[in-house]
Design a protein around this ligand. Structure first.
Ligand SMILES: *Cc1c(COP(=O)(O)O)cnc(C)c1O
Length: 402
């Protein structure tokens, strides 16, 4: 499923550029791939909503029956507003203060604690009166093998598995009721064995927590960005996880749910970012296309050196030329170097693919530019789901004292 160029051009004509355009049905397609792949496991999927939080997207994901993963108390409140009940909300904050954790508890959502001081404070304050999940750092190294290493503990996330004895000590003295264990290594899984090795570590640890009802394996589901890119083989992963869990459940004599937190996998491919070519500028070495956007709207290429496929939908049959695509921000903001794109003329519309996840969500008003509009195609009809900023928005929270 994909939006056609006609649909993208229609959205650009109706709502202007730059504009983010999403296709609802693509999210459903991705969600169905996951539920099908894991149908033999007692699996639940929590949409990691930091990828894209427009309330309409949240409501749509809610309507699919998915759950939601939130990293701030405001995401929790958005999720509630979108119709998720507290039991479908996982709250996984990082380095927040104790009040924010308590606020999650007061809203009745699943609370995931990722450091020892807060675990201790939670236990001292609430004892066993509120079930919690603990975020562990299994120290899985990218590149095909995991390593339980004390030498390379460089992530701020989770409680190191080397601190388990300390965790147990806190649980024993405060009677904390630990019902879930969580890991999220963040890496994009190309090789599902890396993931399975992580699962192995988690299952081993799980035996030390008698009240467990679920294990949350976070995300890591990869989608293709380039044409020859591989996606995570979710079907293969699904059947391997099913086998491992079934064996494990027999061994321990009880059932466990397995939770996942896909962000990108659900919303990356549903999104398109449509911009306009302002100028074609030939310097001594390079042909630049300068577009009416920049890293204020889509920062992934500059921030992560991420690749986004770029297409000129105004001149599909034009000869291919090599361009460097840049933004209009007073800062080096290169979207892509040396890309073959059908000949670009002033006012042509260029489309960035895979723009659903961490696109609009990471946008800003840098250079006092306006955040773009967002449009959702649902049942082949385009809906404006966020107005473009106006000049007044730039001043909205400022207080003039001069
Ligand atoms: C960001 C995040 C995810 C989602 O990661 P993707 O790569 O977008 O799938 C899942 N879980 C947690 C805790 C996260 O912070």
């Amino acid at each position: 499923m994909a939006l056609s160029n006609e649909q993208l051009i229609a959205a650009a004509n109706e709502f202007g550029t730059p504009v983010y355009v999403y296709e609802a049905e693509k999210i459903a397609e991705q969600y169905n791939k996951l539920t099908t792949a894991f149908s033999k496991t007692n699996a639940r999927f929590f949409y990691a909503c930091k990828a894209l939080t427009n309330i309409n997207i949240l409501k749509y994901v809610q309507s699919l029956g998915a759950n939601i993963d939130c990293v701030s108390i405001y995401e929790v409140r958005l999720a509630l507003k979108a119709g998720f009940t507290p039991d479908r909300i996982m709250f996984t904050p990082n380095c927040v203060d104790f009040e924010e954790i308590v606020a999650g508890k007061d809203l009745g959502v699943h609370v995931n604690i990722d450091n020892i001081p807060m675990l201790e404070e939670f236990g001292n304050t609430f004892g066993n009166s509120y079930p919690i999940c603990i975020r562990l750092n299994p120290h899985i190294m990218a590149g095909g093998n995991y390593k339980i290493s004390t030498g390379h503990i460089d992530s701020k996330f989770g409680i190191s598995i080397h601190q388990l004895r300390h965790v147990e000590r806190i649980i024993e003295s405060t009677k904390l009721n630990v019902v879930g264990l969580h890991m999220h290594t963040g890496s994009e899984i190309k090789d599902i064995n890396v993931f399975l090795e992580g699962l192995d570590v988690m299952l081993d640890i799980a035996k030390r927590f008698p009240n467990l009802t679920f294990i949350d394996l976070g995300s890591g589901f990869k989608v293709p960005y380039k044409e020859d890119d591989v996606a995570t083989d979710v079907d293969q992963l699904g059947s391997r996880v099913a086998k491992i869990f079934n064996d494990y459940q027999k061994e321990i004599g009880k059932e466990l749910e397995v939770w996942f937190e896909p962000g990108k996998y659900l919303v990356s491919e549903c999104g398109y970012f449509v911009v306009k070519a302002n100028v074609i500028k030939t310097t001594t070495a390079t042909v630049f296309v300068g577009v009416n956007s920049g890293f204020n709207h889509l920062i992934r290429p500059m921030f992560y050196e991420a690749y986004h496929f770029i297409e000129n939908i105004s001149n599909l049959s034009g000869p291919e030329r090599i361009y460097t695509v840049v933004g209009n921000i007073c800062e080096t903001d290169t979207f892509a170097w040396d890309r073959k794109i059908n000949e670009v003329r002033e006012n042509d519309l260029l489309v960035f693919h895979n723009a659903g996840a961490y696109g609009f969500e990471m946008s800003s008003n840098f250079n006092s530019r306006l955040k773009p509009a967002e449009v959702l195609y649902l049942n082949n009809k385009a809906h404006l789901i966020r107005k473009r900023d106006t000049f007044e928005d730039l001043l909205k929270n400022e207080i003039e004292v001069l």
